[in-house]
Design a protein around this ligand. Structure first.
Ligand SMILES: [Zn+2]
Length: 248
């Protein structure tokens, strides 16, 4: 990253946060629980995110400041405490008003191609776009069984930063050895088990497993830690955060 860009972002992080945006922050499930220093850091990241990313409404949805702040705030939780490039491959957030129908093409066992239509709450594209359904965004929570579609889709963007979606984000040197030793055995265990666990939604492939694990880490850390304590500890090291410590 150029010196100029870093300097520019540092300046943007110090911009005064608009007062009329403050109530929107309390619709981000984790925000009220963060320590003040993390809240301040998040506000800076939101300003940079909103100055660099474009938003578009789909199916007649009008993207207002509340939508932009809530999406940016959830996404930027993934950036706290780390050197960040602000999801460098991602340029545009497209927001639908409700769950939407999209076409899918999947390669199943034996290379059989399956095509059809499915209902979605969000998706993440390698070419710079995240798509979200606003009603799903507003249902995000921080509680046993809670989900968070913004965190899920932006976890896919972290995974994409190294050029592929394989369940491996760009890792700090201290996790290069530990990641494959913990992440892939946990994935194999869930994908081959008939028992439902909170991570069963991610059994399709390692990329999906990573996105669901990150989503649970921030939305249902109770479930993730109870069923996958090693994975919880690995994500805690990667994100330099411990969401269970934020329980009031
Ligand atoms: Zn996904």
């Amino acid at each position: 990253m150029s010196f100029l860009r870093r300097w520019h972002r540092r300046r943007i992080r110090t911009w005064p946060f608009p007062r009329h945006w403050e109530p929107f922050l309390y619709e981000i499930p984790l925000f009220p629980r963060l320590p003040p220093s993390d809240q301040r850091e998040l506000l800076g990241h939101i300003q940079v995110f909103l100055s660099e990313k474009r938003f578009e409404g789909a199916a007649g949805f009008s993207v207002d400041e509340r939508v932009r702040v809530i999406v940016a705030g959830n996404a930027c939780l993934l950036l706290l405490h780390r050197e960040t490039e602000y999801f460098p491959l991602m340029r545009t957030v497209v927001v639908y008003p409700t769950l939407y129908v999209a076409r899918y093409v999947r390669r199943g066992p034996g290379g059989v191609v399956e095509e059809g239509m499915e209902v979605r709450a969000g998706e993440s594209w390698p070419l710079g776009t995240v798509v979200l359904a606003w009603d799903a965004v507003t249902q995000a929570g921080f509680a046993p069984g809670a989900r968070n579609v913004v965190i899920h889709e932006f976890a896919h963007q972290l995974d994409l930063e190294d050029g592929g979606m394989q369940g491996v984000p760009v890792l700090p040197p201290e996790l290069l050895e530990a990641w494959p030793k913990i992440f892939f055995p946990e994935y194999s265990r869930v994908s081959s088990s008939p028992w439902p666990t909170p991570l069963a939604f991610g059994r399709e492939n390692p990329a999906e497993f990573f996105a669901v694990a990150v989503e649970l880490f921030f939305a249902d850390p109770w479930g993730l830690k109870a069923h996958h304590p090693k994975l919880y500890a690995l994500l805690s090291q990667y994100f330099r955060q411990d969401p269970l410590s934020l329980v009031l």
